[in-house]
Design a protein around this ligand. Structure first.
Ligand code: ZN
Length: 308
Protein backbone atom coordinates (compact mmCIF):
# COMPACT_ATOMS: atom_id res chain seq x y z
CA UNK A 1 0.00 0.00 0.00
CA UNK A 2 1.21 3.49 -0.90
CA UNK A 3 0.15 5.99 1.75
CA UNK A 4 0.43 9.75 1.48
CA UNK A 5 -0.80 12.97 3.04
CA UNK A 6 -2.42 15.73 0.99
CA UNK A 7 -4.03 19.08 1.58
CA UNK A 8 -7.76 19.44 1.05
CA UNK A 9 -9.00 22.95 1.68
CA UNK A 10 -7.60 23.80 5.08
CA UNK A 11 -7.33 20.14 6.10
CA UNK A 12 -4.63 17.51 6.01
CA UNK A 13 -5.87 14.18 4.73
CA UNK A 14 -4.58 10.65 4.46
CA UNK A 15 -4.80 8.99 1.06
CA UNK A 16 -3.79 5.84 -0.75
CA UNK A 17 -1.99 6.18 -4.07
CA UNK A 18 -3.40 3.80 -6.64
CA UNK A 19 -4.29 3.31 -10.30
CA UNK A 20 -2.29 1.66 -13.08
CA UNK A 21 -0.27 4.85 -13.55
CA UNK A 22 -0.16 5.61 -9.80
CA UNK A 23 -2.00 8.83 -10.61
CA UNK A 24 -5.10 8.41 -8.43
CA UNK A 25 -5.44 9.09 -4.70
CA UNK A 26 -8.19 7.43 -2.71
CA UNK A 27 -9.38 9.81 0.02
CA UNK A 28 -9.81 7.70 3.16
CA UNK A 29 -11.76 10.35 5.06
CA UNK A 30 -14.28 10.64 2.21
CA UNK A 31 -14.72 6.85 2.28
CA UNK A 32 -15.16 6.56 6.03
CA UNK A 33 -18.75 6.50 7.32
CA UNK A 34 -17.87 9.02 10.04
CA UNK A 35 -14.95 11.36 10.55
CA UNK A 36 -13.72 9.32 13.50
CA UNK A 37 -13.70 6.15 11.41
CA UNK A 38 -10.64 7.19 9.41
CA UNK A 39 -7.13 7.72 10.81
CA UNK A 40 -6.37 11.46 10.89
CA UNK A 41 -2.92 11.05 9.43
CA UNK A 42 -0.19 8.55 8.72
CA UNK A 43 1.25 8.78 12.23
CA UNK A 44 -2.14 7.87 13.75
CA UNK A 45 -2.41 4.97 11.34
CA UNK A 46 1.05 3.67 12.27
CA UNK A 47 0.13 3.83 15.96
CA UNK A 48 -2.87 1.57 15.31
CA UNK A 49 -0.55 -1.17 14.03
CA UNK A 50 -1.97 -4.03 11.97
CA UNK A 51 -5.53 -3.12 13.05
CA UNK A 52 -5.16 0.24 11.34
CA UNK A 53 -3.90 -1.26 8.10
CA UNK A 54 -6.73 -3.80 8.10
CA UNK A 55 -9.19 -0.98 8.57
CA UNK A 56 -7.72 0.91 5.60
CA UNK A 57 -7.97 -2.27 3.50
CA UNK A 58 -11.66 -2.52 4.47
CA UNK A 59 -12.26 1.08 3.42
CA UNK A 60 -10.52 0.40 0.10
CA UNK A 61 -12.76 -2.64 -0.43
CA UNK A 62 -15.90 -0.53 -0.28
CA UNK A 63 -17.57 -0.11 -3.69
CA UNK A 64 -17.26 3.67 -3.35
CA UNK A 65 -13.48 3.35 -3.55
CA UNK A 66 -13.72 2.43 -7.22
CA UNK A 67 -16.05 5.30 -8.16
CA UNK A 68 -14.98 8.87 -8.85
CA UNK A 69 -14.75 12.06 -6.78
CA UNK A 70 -14.86 12.75 -3.91
CA UNK A 71 -13.58 9.26 -3.12
CA UNK A 72 -10.95 9.18 -5.85
CA UNK A 73 -8.93 12.26 -6.73
CA UNK A 74 -6.38 12.89 -9.44
CA UNK A 75 -2.88 13.07 -7.98
CA UNK A 76 -2.09 16.01 -10.26
CA UNK A 77 -4.91 18.03 -8.63
CA UNK A 78 -3.51 17.63 -5.12
CA UNK A 79 -0.87 19.35 -3.02
CA UNK A 80 1.08 16.59 -1.30
CA UNK A 81 2.48 17.07 2.18
CA UNK A 82 5.37 15.13 3.68
CA UNK A 83 3.82 11.66 4.29
CA UNK A 84 4.79 11.91 7.95
CA UNK A 85 3.65 15.41 8.78
CA UNK A 86 5.56 15.37 11.05
CA UNK A 87 7.33 12.10 11.92
CA UNK A 88 7.77 11.08 15.55
CA UNK A 89 10.60 13.12 17.06
CA UNK A 90 13.62 14.34 15.15
CA UNK A 91 14.64 12.45 12.05
CA UNK A 92 17.37 9.89 12.79
CA UNK A 93 20.02 9.95 10.11
CA UNK A 94 23.13 8.02 9.22
CA UNK A 95 26.27 9.66 7.93
CA UNK A 96 28.79 7.82 5.73
CA UNK A 97 26.75 4.63 5.26
CA UNK A 98 28.15 4.03 1.76
CA UNK A 99 31.88 3.36 1.35
CA UNK A 100 32.39 5.52 -1.72
CA UNK A 101 30.58 8.44 -0.06
CA UNK A 102 32.68 8.00 3.11
CA UNK A 103 35.78 8.11 0.89
CA UNK A 104 34.71 11.18 -1.10
CA UNK A 105 33.82 13.00 2.15
CA UNK A 106 37.19 12.20 3.71
CA UNK A 107 38.94 13.45 0.58
CA UNK A 108 36.93 16.69 0.52
CA UNK A 109 37.35 17.42 4.25
CA UNK A 110 41.04 16.36 4.19
CA UNK A 111 40.47 13.64 6.80
CA UNK A 112 40.91 9.88 7.13
CA UNK A 113 37.88 7.77 6.17
CA UNK A 114 35.56 7.46 9.17
CA UNK A 115 32.95 4.79 9.96
CA UNK A 116 29.19 5.47 9.77
CA UNK A 117 27.78 7.92 12.31
CA UNK A 118 24.35 8.85 13.72
CA UNK A 119 22.90 12.35 13.75
CA UNK A 120 19.47 13.97 13.78
CA UNK A 121 17.56 16.42 11.63
CA UNK A 122 14.87 18.75 12.98
CA UNK A 123 11.26 17.98 12.00
CA UNK A 124 11.05 21.57 10.77
CA UNK A 125 13.61 20.76 8.05
CA UNK A 126 11.12 18.51 6.25
CA UNK A 127 9.03 19.64 3.31
CA UNK A 128 6.67 18.13 0.75
CA UNK A 129 7.74 15.99 -2.20
CA UNK A 130 7.16 18.72 -4.78
CA UNK A 131 7.55 21.88 -2.69
CA UNK A 132 9.98 24.67 -3.48
CA UNK A 133 13.04 24.79 -1.22
CA UNK A 134 14.10 28.23 0.04
CA UNK A 135 17.76 29.22 -0.17
CA UNK A 136 19.08 32.30 1.61
CA UNK A 137 22.74 33.00 0.74
CA UNK A 138 23.00 35.04 3.94
CA UNK A 139 22.38 31.80 5.85
CA UNK A 140 24.32 29.37 3.63
CA UNK A 141 25.80 29.42 0.15
CA UNK A 142 26.84 25.76 0.31
CA UNK A 143 23.54 23.91 0.02
CA UNK A 144 24.09 20.31 -1.11
CA UNK A 145 22.01 17.23 -1.96
CA UNK A 146 21.88 13.73 -0.45
CA UNK A 147 19.46 11.20 -1.98
CA UNK A 148 18.46 8.56 0.57
CA UNK A 149 16.15 5.67 1.32
CA UNK A 150 13.89 6.60 4.25
CA UNK A 151 12.74 3.92 6.71
CA UNK A 152 9.60 4.44 8.81
CA UNK A 153 9.41 2.56 12.09
CA UNK A 154 6.14 0.73 12.81
CA UNK A 155 6.36 -1.22 16.03
CA UNK A 156 8.62 0.54 18.52
CA UNK A 157 11.29 -1.05 20.63
CA UNK A 158 14.73 -0.87 22.20
CA UNK A 159 17.65 -3.29 21.95
CA UNK A 160 16.04 -4.85 18.90
CA UNK A 161 17.64 -8.12 17.78
CA UNK A 162 18.77 -8.62 14.19
CA UNK A 163 16.27 -11.44 13.60
CA UNK A 164 13.38 -9.15 14.61
CA UNK A 165 14.64 -5.92 13.08
CA UNK A 166 12.65 -6.00 9.83
CA UNK A 167 9.40 -6.66 11.68
CA UNK A 168 9.75 -3.16 13.17
CA UNK A 169 9.63 -1.50 9.73
CA UNK A 170 6.30 0.05 8.75
CA UNK A 171 7.44 1.13 5.33
CA UNK A 172 9.83 3.04 3.10
CA UNK A 173 9.99 6.47 1.58
CA UNK A 174 12.40 8.82 -0.23
CA UNK A 175 14.21 11.66 1.51
CA UNK A 176 16.75 14.20 0.37
CA UNK A 177 18.94 15.00 3.39
CA UNK A 178 19.70 18.49 2.07
CA UNK A 179 22.76 19.83 3.88
CA UNK A 180 24.29 23.27 4.39
CA UNK A 181 27.96 22.21 4.28
CA UNK A 182 29.29 25.49 5.70
CA UNK A 183 27.00 25.18 8.74
CA UNK A 184 27.57 21.40 9.02
CA UNK A 185 31.32 21.95 9.18
CA UNK A 186 31.06 25.18 11.20
CA UNK A 187 29.32 25.85 14.53
CA UNK A 188 31.98 23.81 16.31
CA UNK A 189 31.69 20.97 13.80
CA UNK A 190 28.29 19.31 14.11
CA UNK A 191 25.64 17.88 11.80
CA UNK A 192 22.35 18.92 13.41
CA UNK A 193 22.09 22.56 12.45
CA UNK A 194 23.64 22.09 9.02
CA UNK A 195 21.03 19.42 8.29
CA UNK A 196 18.06 21.30 9.74
CA UNK A 197 17.40 24.46 7.72
CA UNK A 198 13.66 25.19 7.53
CA UNK A 199 11.82 23.38 4.74
CA UNK A 200 15.07 22.19 3.17
CA UNK A 201 14.56 18.43 3.01
CA UNK A 202 11.83 16.96 0.82
CA UNK A 203 10.29 13.62 1.75
CA UNK A 204 7.70 11.39 0.08
CA UNK A 205 5.85 11.26 -2.22
CA UNK A 206 4.39 8.32 -0.28
CA UNK A 207 5.30 5.69 2.27
CA UNK A 208 5.23 2.23 0.70
CA UNK A 209 4.36 -0.42 3.27
CA UNK A 210 7.07 -2.97 4.02
CA UNK A 211 5.13 -5.89 2.50
CA UNK A 212 5.61 -4.31 -0.94
CA UNK A 213 9.40 -3.92 -0.56
CA UNK A 214 10.63 -7.43 0.30
CA UNK A 215 14.28 -6.41 -0.01
CA UNK A 216 15.21 -2.80 0.86
CA UNK A 217 18.81 -3.60 -0.15
CA UNK A 218 17.77 -3.93 -3.78
CA UNK A 219 16.84 -0.35 -4.67
CA UNK A 220 18.59 2.12 -6.97
CA UNK A 221 19.11 5.59 -5.43
CA UNK A 222 19.53 8.48 -7.85
CA UNK A 223 19.73 12.25 -7.79
CA UNK A 224 19.49 14.62 -10.73
CA UNK A 225 20.16 18.35 -10.79
CA UNK A 226 18.49 20.09 -13.74
CA UNK A 227 18.16 16.69 -15.40
CA UNK A 228 21.85 15.78 -15.00
CA UNK A 229 22.59 12.57 -13.08
CA UNK A 230 24.73 13.39 -10.03
CA UNK A 231 24.19 10.36 -7.78
CA UNK A 232 23.75 6.86 -9.16
CA UNK A 233 23.86 4.56 -6.15
CA UNK A 234 22.25 1.37 -4.94
CA UNK A 235 21.11 0.32 -1.46
CA UNK A 236 23.06 -2.97 -1.76
CA UNK A 237 26.16 -0.83 -1.12
CA UNK A 238 25.08 0.30 2.36
CA UNK A 239 27.75 -0.43 4.99
CA UNK A 240 24.98 -1.02 7.56
CA UNK A 241 21.91 -2.43 5.82
CA UNK A 242 18.46 -1.48 7.16
CA UNK A 243 18.21 -4.40 9.61
CA UNK A 244 21.59 -3.59 11.11
CA UNK A 245 20.74 0.11 11.34
CA UNK A 246 17.66 -0.74 13.42
CA UNK A 247 19.75 -2.94 15.72
CA UNK A 248 22.44 -0.27 16.00
CA UNK A 249 20.11 2.71 16.54
CA UNK A 250 17.95 0.89 19.10
CA UNK A 251 20.84 -0.03 21.41
CA UNK A 252 19.80 1.53 24.72
CA UNK A 253 17.48 3.93 22.83
CA UNK A 254 13.80 3.32 22.14
CA UNK A 255 12.67 3.69 18.54
CA UNK A 256 9.07 4.86 18.54
CA UNK A 257 6.31 4.20 16.00
CA UNK A 258 6.46 6.82 13.26
CA UNK A 259 10.17 7.56 13.58
CA UNK A 260 11.81 8.37 10.25
CA UNK A 261 15.34 7.15 9.56
CA UNK A 262 17.41 8.60 6.71
CA UNK A 263 19.73 5.71 5.86
CA UNK A 264 22.66 7.60 4.35
CA UNK A 265 23.57 8.76 0.87
CA UNK A 266 25.69 7.19 -1.88
CA UNK A 267 28.59 9.04 -3.50
CA UNK A 268 28.16 11.94 -5.91
CA UNK A 269 27.29 14.74 -3.49
CA UNK A 270 28.14 18.31 -4.50
CA UNK A 271 30.80 19.33 -1.98
CA UNK A 272 33.04 16.37 -2.86
CA UNK A 273 33.02 17.14 -6.60
CA UNK A 274 35.90 18.81 -8.44
CA UNK A 275 35.19 21.67 -8.44
CA UNK A 276 32.58 21.57 -5.66
CA UNK A 277 28.99 22.17 -6.74
CA UNK A 278 26.21 23.70 -4.68
CA UNK A 279 22.55 24.41 -5.33
CA UNK A 280 21.36 27.85 -6.41
CA UNK A 281 17.93 29.39 -6.96
CA UNK A 282 16.28 27.98 -10.08
CA UNK A 283 17.94 24.56 -9.82
CA UNK A 284 15.57 21.59 -9.89
CA UNK A 285 16.54 18.47 -7.93
CA UNK A 286 14.97 15.07 -8.54
CA UNK A 287 15.52 12.40 -5.89
CA UNK A 288 14.44 8.86 -6.66
CA UNK A 289 14.61 5.52 -4.85
CA UNK A 290 13.58 2.42 -6.79
CA UNK A 291 9.84 2.03 -7.23
CA UNK A 292 9.06 4.09 -4.13
CA UNK A 293 8.89 7.34 -6.05
CA UNK A 294 10.56 10.53 -7.11
CA UNK A 295 10.77 13.89 -5.34
CA UNK A 296 10.96 16.97 -7.55
CA UNK A 297 11.88 20.29 -5.96
CA UNK A 298 12.94 23.69 -7.20
CA UNK A 299 15.39 25.79 -5.22
CA UNK A 300 14.10 29.34 -4.79
CA UNK A 301 15.57 32.50 -3.37
CA UNK A 302 14.52 32.81 0.27
CA UNK A 303 12.87 36.10 -0.67
CA UNK A 304 10.18 33.94 -2.34
CA UNK A 305 8.18 32.19 0.37
CA UNK A 306 8.18 28.40 -0.01
CA UNK A 307 4.71 26.96 -0.50
CA UNK A 308 3.66 24.83 2.41
ZN1 ZN B 1 22.52 12.10 4.70
Amino acid sequence: MRLLMFRHGGERRLGVLTGAQLDVVVDLLALAPTERAAPADLLSLIELGETGLNHVRQLLDSPKATTGAPFRRRLSDLTLLPPLDPPRGDVLAIGRNYEKHAAESARAWGENVKPPTVFTKAQTSLTGPYHDIPIDPAVSDKIDWEAELGVVIGRGGANIKAADAMSHVFGYTVINDVSARDIQNGWGGQFFKGKSLDGSSPVGPCVVTADEIPDPQNLPVTLRVNGELKQDGHTRDMIYPVAQLIVWLSIGMTLRPGTLIATGTPDGVGFARTPPEFLKPGDVIETEVGSIGRLRNRMVSAAVPAAR
